[in-house]
Ligand binder design. Structure first.
Ligand SMILES: [Ca+2]
Length: 604
């Protein structure tokens, strides 16, 4: 019978100074430093040491050669924010009720209504920085945060230093000026990954004489796919189109991460810290299609399949991990918290986490007690996921699709690409795993989606509902094609109106799905009207994790439309995207009338 029992012990009370700790390896009383490099959206085969024939990652490969490489490591979720919360707390996203990227994808006509989930990391949770801080560690978060607004920034979660972390999940630009409020601007043209590396090096240098925890969640290799020009040219020369991994800009962005790893490992070496620094290198979810390929795994980020959640993982712990070793045990990002607590010798107080310490694997002295890994994603994602849950036991993985309850089962040992659904071949195993998954959800009080009263299969499934680009690649998102979410907002068809109107409720929002055929940057042009006295609403136009914000300008009347350029959105690959228009502040009687939004290729 399944029992949920993974408990890790750690110190809840603050000690003024760290006690000297013996590491399992050396008995060296000097405290261990910790460096956790979390790359964004890096796919399972996006490193040369993980099989890529195109990307070049010599420094990361060297890290792997000096430590242990895991071939079946998983992120706790197929998207960013939940997986980051799991890294920092050791808890499943399902337990945290933080189950989608912040602020999530809206599908108002879908079969299921997604639950009201938590869009920040609760202060009541204990983060790695807090747990290590109680042992005298100084912590820095350098890079992407994506776990809530200012009230939930790293500084409020145990980190002494926050460089560049805020509520957004991607940088407005990888080149300075960055326009990231928590990052002091660099000189024009400075590259963000280089800057993060420099900040990380500076943090290590200034804390070389005390135990430190460096959390380095690089913004790379998330969209917008941008990179330094000289590297791009080199990769262009060797790219073979159609091979899955052939995007030269993406390759160059990966290379910038590799350079960062090189600078950090060199700094540790120069300062004589290598032998007492545990380095973890991993990714927060699978690679994004079609920018990269996770082959032989199925699909990518935002899907229920292995390509969405299987990630590279390298751990180098001198004196503990055997150089060049490879471990095939299934492990997950929830395991870092208990692993690091054990690594620093913390066994003092009880707190429940969902992960299990990897120390027996790292020291090659044992195996894990756990037999199951779970996922819960009660959301929709353009990467292919509809609300689902999954469990892996041994080599068998079961996926439950919440829309209709159908089950898929795969034997990952013989079928890593999840091509053959064996659910009906082995009904006993299938039913046992489905029951296990259900029990697990119940034990964690996981939030489930519910029946959607606005379900409209014709609009949800009809391809024509996805707005198609015009022959010049521009995209016209007209009010008549919007799906409307909320109580009052509606399309008003009268010829003199022909607009989204009655926007009197600040919780109402509009949504479009559309097809992009030409990758690149698009200028966003809107037609807005607003009666005198109602101006000043703040409205966000969100596409994926990009967001443009405007202040509504009052015109002579709600149907007196003003054409406005509101900024640019980037689409890095052809495919299906969405736009949500959401009020953030409504000082007057109504937000605005919105007749249309046009996306016009801006040449890049
Ligand atoms: Ca991510």
């Amino acid at each position: 019978m399944f029992r949920f029992k993974l408990i890790v012990l750690f110190l809840a009370t603050v000690l003024g100074v760290p006690r000297a700790q013996a590491t399992p390896a050396s008995g060296n009383p000097t405290p261990l430093n910790i460096v956790l490099i979390l790359v964004d959206d890096l796919g399972w085969t996006d490193l040369s040491c993980m099989g890529s024939k195109f990307y070049e990652t010599p420094h990361i490969d060297r890290l792997a050669a000096g430590g242990m490489k895991f071939t079946q490591a998983y992120s706790a979720c197929t998207v960013c924010s939940p997986s980051r919360a799991a890294v920092l707390t050791g808890r499943y996203p399902a337990r945290l009720h933080l189950t989608d990227w912040i602020s999530g994808h809206v599908r108002p006509r879908a079969k299921l209504k997604v639950p009201e989930w938590t869009q920040h990391l609760e202060h009541g949770e204990t983060t790695l920085a807090e747990a290590l801080g109680a042992r005298g560690y100084i912590s820095a978060s350098i890079g992407k945060w994506h776990l809530g607004g200012e009230a939930f920034h790293p500084e409020t979660q145990g980190f002494k230093l926050n460089v560049g972390g805020y509520f957004r999940g991607q940088p407005p630009s990888y080149f300075a000026p960055y326009k990231i409020p928590t990052l002091q601007e660099g000189p024009d043209g400075e590259f963000l990954t280089d800057r993060e590396a420099a900040e990380a090096v500076a943090f290590i240098k200034s804390n070389r004489d005390r135990p430190f925890f460096l959390y380095l969640p690089h913004y790379a290799v998330h969209t917008p796919i941008q990179a330094k020009k000289d590297a791009i040219a080199r990769y262009q020369a060797k790219a073979i189109p159609g091979t899955g991994q052939s995007n030269a800009t993406y390759a160059s962005l990966i290379e910038s991460v590799d350079e960062s790893v090189g600078r950090i490992t060199q700094t540790l070496e120069d300062l004589g810290l290598t032998e007492r620094t545990l380095v973890i290198f991993t990714s927060d979810n699978g690679g994004l299609l079609p920018i990269t390929s996770n082959a032989p795994l199925r699909a990518g980020k935002g899907s229920a399949y292995e390509g969405g959640v299987r990630v590279p993982l390298i751990v180098r712990w001198p004196g503990v991990t055997e150089a060049g070793s490879v471990n095939t045990s299934p492990v997950m990002s929830i395991d870092f918290f208990p692993t690091l607590m054990e690594a620093v010798g913390s066994t003092d107080a009880a707190r429940q986490v969902d992960g299990e310490s990897l120390v027996p694997l790292l020291s090659s002295k044992g195996s894990l007690k756990r037999t199951n890994l779970f996922w819960h994603y009660p959301h929709y994602h353009p990467g292919g996921a509809t609300p689902y849950g999954a469990v892996r036991q041994g080599d068998i993985k079961l996926i439950e699709h919440y829309e209709d309850g159908h089950l898929e089962m795969f034997d990952l040992a013989n079928d890593p690409g999840e091509k053959l659904n064996i659910a009906n071949q082995f009904p006993a195993k299938r039913n046992a795993l489905a029951a296990l998954l259900g029990n697990w959800r119940e034990q964690l009080n996981a939030q489930m989606p519910s029946t959607n009263p606005d379900f409209d299969p014709s609009r949800e499934k009809t391809p024509s509902w996805v707005v198609q680009p015009r022959s010049d690649a521009s995209i016209e998102l007209h009010s008549r094609d919007a799906s409307v979410h909320g109580a009052m907002l509606r399309y008003e068809p009268q010829p003199h109106k022909n607009t989204l109107g009655y926007w009197v409720n600040a919780n109402d929002s509009a949504h479009w799905d559309f097809q992009v055929n030409r990758a690149g940057s698009y200028r966003v042009e809107i037609l807005q009207g607003c009666g005198p006295g109602s101006g000043g609403s703040r409205v966000a136009f969100q596409s994926g994790s990009q967001s443009l914000e405007i202040d509504v300008i009052a015109t002579k009347g709600f149907q007196d439309f003003l054409k406005r350029d509101i900024g640019n959105l980037r689409f890095d690959a052809p495919g299906r995207y969405s736009l949500d228009v959401k009020p953030l502040k409504k000082p007057g009687a109504a937000v605005m009338d919105l007749r249309q939004v046009r996306l016009i290729p801006s040449g890049e």
